[in-house]
Design a protein around this ligand. Sequence first.
Ligand code: SF4
Length: 210
Amino acid sequence: MDKSRIATTVVQRLRQQYPDAQCTLDFQEPWQLLVAAILSAQCTDARVNLITPGLFSRYSTLDSLAQADLADVEQLIRSCGLFRTKARAILGSATRLVTDFNGTLPPDREALMSLPGVGRKIANLLLGDCFGIPAIVVDTHCARVSALIGLTRQTLPLAVEKDLAEVLRPEDWIAYGHLMVSHGRAICVARKPDCPGCPLQNICQHALRR
Ligand code: SF4
């Protein structure tokens, strides 16, 4: 089976395995996903989801967040690692969105990556989950599981993304990232993948080599 067939089959089987796979960061509006994604660096999504209700309750609009006091935001996100850096990035991004983008998230990767605290991974997440624009989010789960399956030999996120873009159908790009996270947490866990219980066992290079 060639890699494109394998990639399509992976998506089909994982959609069946995880029919509810979606972004695990809680948000109501696009700017809130931006904030949650900045907070999620080196922090679990579960912890971010404990922090954001208080933050979004205090600052319920992008305008109010852009005018927030840095020390107050630091206090609200204190239980998250790197909270000082993240607070600066959140306020910087909110201010840029208000002043340069009319208070809305731009549906454009380069523009998103010009915001403080936003790299390609967050930009791709926002493109997919806020605008439905095909983009592949390569996080640690996605890079690790994709390599085990045999869809890439690369380790750098951009190189992994390029490999995946060559074999995945664009209509599967958004779902693929979410499916990789679900699979990496439930079955293909880093410390010991449960290959006998995995629906990809007969097409996964790691399992076939064993
Ligand atoms: S067969 Fe094993 S290594 Fe391959 S994706 Fe499934 S759990 Fe991971």
